[in-house]
Design a protein around this ligand. Structure first.
Ligand SMILES: [Zn+2]
Length: 242
């Protein structure tokens, strides 16, 4: 995509409204720079490592019930009206127990969140949303956030192992997970361990897909982006590496 066409895309998304007068008059090459238009002046630029540490610290506060509820006041809201620069993207499950802003104790404008039952990347709308935040808003970390006892994973196991038939559009939710179940079954995973094994492998495969087969691969290769997998533990509240 050329700089000019990217600007047009950004205008369509309402991003260019946040461009300063100087940046909007800058040469196309400068407008290509994410920092030129997306980062509010008060937002520090984080490295991927710093961003990971910040998420880990927020999750520790959540686990210990020492929440700060940061950046949720009127001033922050108003400050974000002209643009956003979320430092991290979270691809999470739609499960009501795993809201990313809560479990990472983050506020407005910090996390770009895509949620779909089963936290899979098969839908181009999901992958494209993640690409958008990394390439246009400057996010430096992508977290694939699965969780224990996921209903989408359980349903995929039932479909693959019991022949359960799902109504409506539910088959589309489990379809990306079915090959992982079949692989786990064929490699001898005991039935009572399938849910745990498939949950973790589903997260790992989403990470691998995002790292290697999307626009994100170039960012990863340059060290500008980390893509990581986390499993949320329902009782403790911890988001642990997978
Ligand atoms: Zn789930």
């Amino acid at each position: 995509m050329t700089g000019r066409s990217r600007r047009e895309v950004l205008r369509a998304f309402g991003v260019v409204a946040g461009v300063s007068a100087a940046a909007s008059l800058a040469p196309v090459g400068l407008v290509d720079s994410v920092d030129a238009f997306a980062a509010p002046p008060t937002t520090p630029t984080l490295t991927p490592k710093q961003a990971m540490a910040r998420l880990a610290a927020g999750n520790r506060r959540f686990v210990k019930a020492r929440l700060r509820h940061p950046r949720r006041d009127g001033a922050r809201r108003a400050g974000l009206a002209e643009g956003q620069a979320p430092f991290a993207v979270v691809l999470g499950c739609a499960d009501s127990r795993v809201p990313p802003e809560v479990i990472y104790d983050e506020g407005l404008g910090n996390l770009f969140v895509a949620r779909v039952a089963g936290n899979t990347t098969a839908d181009a709308l999901v992958a494209g949303s993640i690409e958008y935040s990394v390439t246009q808003l400057g996010s430096v970390v992508v977290v694939v956030l699965g969780h224990e006892r996921c209903g989408a994973v359980s349903a995929a196991i039932d479909v693959a192992t019991k022949g359960t038939e799902l109504p409506g559009d539910l088959p589309a939710v489990v379809a990306p997970i079915l090959p992982i179940v079949e692989q786990a079954v064929s490699s001898g995973t005991p039935a009572d361990q399938l849910l745990e094994v498939v949950t973790k492998e589903n997260i790992r495969q989403a990470v691998e897909t995002l790292r290697t087969t999307t626009l994100l691969a170039d960012y990863v290769a340059r060290g500008e982006l980390e893509v990581v997998g986390r499993e949320y533990l329902l009782e403790s509240g911890r988001a642990v590496a997978v």
